[in-house]
Design a protein around this ligand. Sequence first.
Ligand code: A3P
Length: 316
Amino acid sequence: AVPEARDPAEEFGDLVVALPRKEQFIVGRLYKGFWLPEPYAPGILAVRRRFTPRPDDVVLTSYPKCGTTWLKALAFAAMARDAYPPVAADHPLRRLNPHACIPFMEDIFTERQEAKLEGLPSPRLINTHTPYSLLPETVTTGGGCKVVYICRDPKDMVVSLYHFLRRLQPDLSFADTFHSVLEGTVPYGPMWDHILGYWHASVARPDRVLFLKYEDLLQNTGEHVRKLAEFMGRPFSAAEEAAGTVASVVELCSFDNMKNLEANKTGATERKYISIAHDAFFRKGVTGDWVNHMSPEMASRLDEIFRDKLRGTVLT
Ligand code: A3P
């Protein structure tokens, strides 16, 4: 039997309130170099202390607004394709928002629902925005489990973040969003350190950490679905290739298909501290929308900072 989960707010509350604080969209707390959203900080610390991965778990991670929803859909569709063929009319992804198909660690631990996680059959898909250096050691050392990260051109991330936050805070200006990203004080920021942690891990432990880019996925989704499935230990067979299963996964998870599903046009994902309308996860789904929001000067400034911070990687 799984013991009743401790309340992380009680367990880590004192530690969290002693951390540097900044109100930026939501209150952030600076912990070991990252601005954790305050409501989730105790949960993230609880994950660190208590999460026990299974070797075949796959943790899907991202900086917010970099393609989390799409990665969740693709990973779920590929992983569960025996139980749910991607062409099936009643496929869970045709009935549910992708966030309802894969648990979000921060929510699970904040809401003391660890038993729910334990009850999931293997192989489990789990999601978090936690930076690599703050993941539990049980994940990042030894056999751990598998981790898939998705990142994106920071310029497009800023634009996506701006539109997303505007749904929650209609008077927000683009300039404010831009400056918080530059300052690194955005939730889970700084973004460059978030990316760097996962990048270095993917170089050091390529069999355990897969690093994906939103732009690459858009350019050749099928190729990346194959890569993802193989990494997760579920490569497509020759028979599946011949039957066009990869293309079916791609089509099921395509922006146009997902955006137009009733489950994604209506309703909301209720997190403990926030309610996010499902349609807020599907805006444009393209690369380069930054040109419509940013001056060339702003773009070069952001590019320059990221070039500098990510120097020595192939990401610049
Ligand atoms: P835009 O705001 O640029 O359109 P996240 O899921 O991490 O919150 O990221 C959201 C971004 O991913 C949004 O970008 C959203 O439109 C895009 N997105 C969501 N589902 C997608 C899909 N199936 N294919 C491509 N992009 C998708």
